[in-house]
Design a protein around this ligand. Structure first.
Ligand code: TRP
Length: 360
């Protein structure tokens, strides 16, 4: 199954009112050099196939189209999660390995940790002055995270992290952010911050762009238990897992008792999730895959999925193992990325301070 990006961009203005507006995706393809992407991940553990088909695959595609990209390893934002702080550097290294394995090219894409970029973090202060406590409190993603966190109290960082994410995006003046649905409230806040900053300090010019979200076109991938594939649920197939671990996970996946395999996400989410996984890896239509398996039942389905996934991931895993052998090289990539991000952030902060009349 091929992931297509064809969401109509209703915001795109056009001189001819009868013309079908160009989609954001079409604009990116026509002129990739006009776009700059900022996106990233919290370093919480190994990335999995949900990340891969949801966003990693799209990032590499954008990079290869010629879009300039900043990939933030959100090592301050991750402090909102429990249990990761003491293994942070291991998680950061693992994330870089996952990026390299799927085709992120550090010569073209800047990979950096936001804690290493002081000027980025300093943007948080003026940004916080532009949003109200009520606006922060309304953010549905943060509310959801608070509801699911096992913390006894909500930290100030948890409450304000979307404003920090605005700094991750605006420090490099990114105008395109490829994200999933759950990140839309953060992007909306980023747009608000950019607009208000420009209104208040821009003096008729715009210091920051209002970035657009490029929504992932991939369908939501379910984990082996039939719920959303998630690092924290032990239901996900990690890119870094080996073939045996993958086979064991798929063998234990939830299915149903109907031996006739069909692709029916509404009525049979667990079976459909497995079929979809095979379809994405084999780049085939999920209905055709289900038809091929026919009355073979769950065992045949799982065999097909295991083979498809392991074959698809084999070159990615081989590359990952290769990069993992040279930790100095990894550290070098991060040092270089941090240096580039610092140069960009310093220039932006200089502009910000000058716009605020604070350039003494
Ligand atoms: N909040 C994002 C997540 O949990 C990670 C992230 C941090 C991010 N900074 C970003 C995403 C900037 C896009 C842009 O997945």
């Amino acid at each position: 199954m091929t992931i297509t990006h064809d969401t109509r961009d209703t915001r795109a203005g056009s001189a001819d009112p009868t013309a079908v507006p160009e989609t954001l995706e079409e604009r990116v393809r026509r002129d990739p050099t006009r776009f700059r992407v900022s996106t990233g991940d919290r370093p919480t553990g190994r990335l999995h196939l949900g990340h891969y088909f949801g966003t990693l695959h799209n990032r590499v595609r954008l990079q290869n189209l010629g879009v300039e990209m900043f990939l933030v390893i959100a090592d301050y934002q991750v402090l909102t999660d429990r249990d990761v702080a003491d293994r942070l550097s291991e998680h950061v290294e693992g994330l870089i390995l996952d990026y390299l394995a799927v085709g992120v090219d550090p010569a073209r894409t800047t990979v950096f940790t936001h804690s290493a970029v002081p000027a980025l973090n300093q943007l948080l202060l003026p940004f916080l002055s532009l949003v109200s406590v009520a606006e922060l409190g309304r953010n549905p993603t943060v509310k959801d995270e608070i509801a699911h966190s096992r913390q006894s109290a909500v930290s100030g960082l948890m409450f304000t992290y979307p404003a920090h994410q605005a700094a991750d995006i605006l420090f490099c003046k990114a105008n395109l952010v490829p994200v999933g649905q759950d990140q839309l409230p953060h992007l909306e806040l980023t747009r608000t911050v950019a607009r208000r900053f420009n209104d208040r300090y821009g003096n008729g010019t715009s210091v920051f762009p209002e970035p657009d979200a490029l929504l992932s076109a991939a369908p939501l991938l379910l984990g082996t238990d039939g719920t959303k594939m998630s690092k924290s649920r032990a239901n996900s197939i990690a890119l870094a897992a080996d073939a045996d671990e993958t086979a064991a996970l798929i063998r234990g996946a939830k299915t149903d008792s109907d031996r006739h395999i069909t692709y029916d996400p509404a009525a049979r989410p667990e079976v459909a999730g497995l079929v979809l996984l095979a379809a994405l890896c084999l780049d085939r239509d999920p209905h055709a895959i289900a038809a091929d398996i026919g009355t073979g039942g769950a065992a045949a389905l799982k065999r097909t999925v295991t083979e498809a996934v392991n074959e698809y991931l084999a070159p990615i895993r081989a590359r990952r193992a290769e990069y993992a052998r040279d930790r100095d090289h990894l550290r070098g990539i991060l040092r270089e990325g941090n240096a580039r991000a610092n140069a960009v952030a310093d220039a932006t902060l200089k502009e910000v301070r000058s716009a605020m009349n604070a350039d003494y």
